[in-house]
Design a protein around this ligand. Structure first.
Ligand code: ZN
Length: 118
């Protein structure tokens, strides 16, 4: 049976959409084009309260991409509600999250059933 992918999530009482999109749609959302050397697997439109994830990913990739985007969201939310704003430029934020997210994902996957079993 195919897993039903979630369409929205609750973030501090707000409803955020989770949309699976084609590669073309992702290029439109991110402004990247085919020539990008690191095409985005996912992204967040904070003003639309929407997380975009490429639909042509494997199930484990979808979940790890969702997890990565959730970390961006958590960081953004933490900054929004804090007096002390962390000023990370985009490459620094990616570096930070890429160092953390696979480890945290593995912990959540193995111990709490987040995403499909490895
Ligand atoms: Zn990212």
């Amino acid at each position: 049976m195919a897993c039903q992918w979630l369409k929205s999530i609750d973030v501090d009482g707000e409803t955020w959409a989770v949309k699976l999109v084609t590669t073309k749609q992702m290029e439109k959302v991110t402004g990247q084009d085919k020539t990008s050397d690191r095409p985005a697997l996912g992204c967040i439109a904070y003003d639309e309260r929407t997380i975009y994830i490429r639909r042509n990913l494997s199930e484990p990739q979808r979940w790890s991409t969702l997890h990565h985007e959730l970390m961006h969201l958590a960081l953004w939310k933490a900054n929004e509600s804090s007096e002390y704003k962390m000023k990370l430029d985009q490459p620094a934020e990616e570096l930070l999250l890429n160092r953390l997210d696979s480890r945290l994902y593995r912990l959540l996957n193995r111990n709490f059933g987040f995403g499909p079993p490895e």
